[in-house]
Design a protein around this ligand. Structure first.
Ligand SMILES: Cc1ncc(COP(=O)(O)O)c(C=O)c1O
Length: 323
């Protein structure tokens, strides 16, 4: 009797229901790398003793696959290893081992274009529940979750943002330079965005200056000059760095400085950057139309330059890596 009860409720306290539709139905059949093996989506899971379950104690990266190549792979792995250093992880797998797991996952799924990889490295399983990393005696756990994913925002027409009351974490609390899985700060801001029917929410720093959105970095244009906030409170985004280079290469003037919200409200153009959504025009912030409410010329110029870069650059995915 007990056995039956255990089996029936394992994994869910709800009565069984039909699966909700997936945004991309092809993702139903994906294989996910967990630990050191590839598993079907529904069997891919970590232990209840894993640090990511116990305390969000993990680091992550989002990467994109274009035309048989992983864009900015080395840069993402650099940031991942910086995060593991700051978080004092031990038994971290090598760069080559992680790359191999990524390539095996992409090969197994036949994903060589239009895919996004959510790469997570947890501190690993604990010998007993609790906070201390001293309980982590099994080594880190790698998750390579690759999905078919077109850019997530409407990059042709633009998006609306609102400003969240939730402030972005400061280096006084949790340093935004660590790309960790403690995402509650950003999730609370995203909830504010959802409630206001905006695509994302702008997050301010402790002094009221704009830091980034809950999921992306942010740029504005005023009188032909491109501005972006210092990376004091925001994630130093890899797309942000790429776009800053592009702005200079396109012979535009770039200023990295503190920017107040009213400057964003009165901007000629605004866009956000991130691996998941690429370059996304912003046409409204807090009910204020940005410029004339249409995608501006500088935004288009940098969008085009970014597209050229993603078509050409990237680490080639070796085909038929053993899976
Ligand atoms: C809060 C936040 N800002 C910005 C970004 C964009 O970073 P990247 O360009 O490296 O994808 C991300 C992506 O993970 C993020 O979570």
């Amino acid at each position: 009797m007990l056995k039956r009860q255990v089996r029936r409720t394992a994994g869910s306290l709800q009565p069984p229901q039909s699966d909700p539709p997936l945004p991309v139905p092809e993702n139903k059949k994906i294989l996910v790398w967990v630990g050191d093996e590839l598993l079907p989506r529904d069997s891919a899971r970590v232990s209840v003793f894993d640090s990511v379950v116990q305390g969000g104690d993990a680091v992550w990266e989002g990467l994109r696959v274009y035309d048989g190549k992983v864009f900015k792979l080395e840069e993402h792995l650099d940031r991942l290893f910086d995060s593991t250093k700051a978080m004092a992880f031990s038994n971290v797998p090598s760069r080559d081992w992680i790359k191999d797991a990524i390539f095996k996952t992409l090969n197994a799924n036949g994903m060589f274009n239009n895919a996004h990889i959510r790469l997570t490295l947890t501190r690993g399983k604990k010998v007993t529940s609790g906070m201390s990393p001293a309980f982590n005696l099994y080594g880190c756990v790698l998750i390579v979750l690759a999905e078919w994913k077109p850019p997530v925002y409407d990059n042709s027409h633009g998006i609306k943002l609102v400003t969240a009351t939730t402030r972005r974490n400061s280096p006084n609390s949790v340093d935004s330079k660590i790309h960790h899985n403690n995402l509650i700060n950003n999730i609370l801001a995203k909830i504010e965005g959802n409630l206001a029917q905006a695509q994302d929410a702008i997050m301010l720093d402790q002094d009221g200056f704009v830091s980034e959105t809950n999921a992306t970095n942010i740029f504005m244009v005023k009188k032909g000059i491109v501005l972006t906030p210092h990376a004091d409170y925001c994630l130093p985004g890899i797309t942000r760095a790429t776009v800053m280079d592009l702005v200079v290469k396109e012979n535009l003037v770039l200023h990295e400085r503190r920017i107040s919200l009213s400057e964003f409200h009165a901007a000629d153009e605004v866009w956000t950057t991130g691996t998941m959504g690429e370059l996304t025009p912003v046409v409204m912030i807090d009910g204020r139309e940005i410029g004339d409410g249409k995608i501006g010329p500088v935004t288009r110029q940098i969008q085009n330059a970014y597209k050229v870069l993603t078509e050409g650059l990237g680490v080639p995915i070796p085909r038929n890596a053993e899976s």
